[in-house]
Design a protein around this ligand. Sequence first.
Ligand code: PLP
Length: 478
Amino acid sequence: MTDADVFNRLLAILKDYRATQKSGSVLDYHAPANLRDKLDLQKESAAQSYDQVFDWVETYLKYAVKTGHPQFWNRMWADANMPAIIGEMVSTIAHTSACTFESAPVSTEMEKYLIDEFLSIANFKNGEGQMTTGSSNGNLIAMMAARNLTIKTAKTSGLNGAPQLVAFVNSEAHYSMDKAANVLGIGTDNLVKIPVDDRGRMQISALEAQIIKAKNEGKIPFFVGATAATTVRGAYDPVGEICALRNSCGTDFWVHVDGAWGGSVFLSQSRSAEFLPGLEQVNSFTFDFHKMHGIPMVCNFLLINGQKGSGSEILHSTITSGNDDYIFRGTDQDRPADLGALSLQCGRHTDVLKIFLAWKFSGQAGFVARIERFLAKAEFAEQLVLQTPELELIVPRESFNINFRFRAPDGFCVDTLNRQIRQHLYETGTAIVGLGQINQQTCIRLLIANDAASEADITQFFDHFLAAAKVIINEAEG
Ligand SMILES: Cc1ncc(COP(=O)(O)O)c(C=O)c1O
């Protein structure tokens, strides 16, 4: 088969998949052992047979979850964005690493351009940034920058003998914060979880009390990680109030915003004022485009605000280690010529092409319009829950997450019943929806991040949900 034949065959399969992705079941479900049997992964490899490669491709797609299906509600991402799909395909065919200008000149300039765009929209002065592998990585690097600024010898001598550092996050913050505390030698016990108010936001008075306590114990409060928005509730921590506390409490801790899920609201001036007032005062901010904007995984930015004084050097001084002069070629104007110098890994996927093409295709206004569509649909879904007597909202909606559950009839455990309903929808390929825990209660976490889903699809989801509940209750009652 020539390359041209391979491309033609591949494109035909992809076109067919894309055309059918929104219909039929969300997946053809099989339990793991059953799926392994069906896949027959041990099958002999046929010497360089593209027929076999395409058989595997067809098999892969047959059992894949259709994340572009309008009944896919389960995760923070859904339907992949077409201009970004083009970017992903072009990146793969051009096969390079965004580590150096030499090997990836265009992507390097695109990345610098978008970093500058986002720094300007976030109103960060003298800032810097980089694309990372996701917000887990963004959170880690931000905490690392804060650690190294606080303990100047941390990079070279480690933390041995240094005063104990303490970080603070929302008690419902993402687990990547615990991982960061683990990796950086802070220790997960020194990541203090701040209780939340009835809207799921960090309580500032509790944060202040914990900072004072740490100081009284001779420890250094060095980092406060705000979340925008929290994974299960969709709550936005009060960023401006945290910055005000930093200014008033006499401790110059680093304020970071984990905007993995809802951080991109900063693209809208009015939504930024509503959800992220004070953002321009924080030290760092990470946000994912591979979540609600449908850019194929992964696509993340970490921005550092230069206002702290160290300007555009923080990432460089935090990260560069070891002898890298075989690969990096110094500076370009006032920043490293090679963005790999600011990265924790060496090889870097050219993630920027995906977001660059999507950005040029839709413009900032297109991204903002998508956010507005999601917020309107989230409100619609919340209203449906409130109007359905069999359902209850676990907590009022803060943004894009609707946390609800089926009210269990007498004799049923409400947590078990809701898990069973969700599993039934999944295994029958009817719909996939998330699960969460709020105040020790199991809830169904409906995330509005699927642009392929209309209000009619939301209504249909709840119809499916109630029908599944009926099936399970009837079966249990015999
Ligand atoms: C609030 C929050 N932070 C961080 C992450 C991790 O993001 P990533 O998957 O980009 O590492 C998530 C993922 O769901 C999240 O919800």
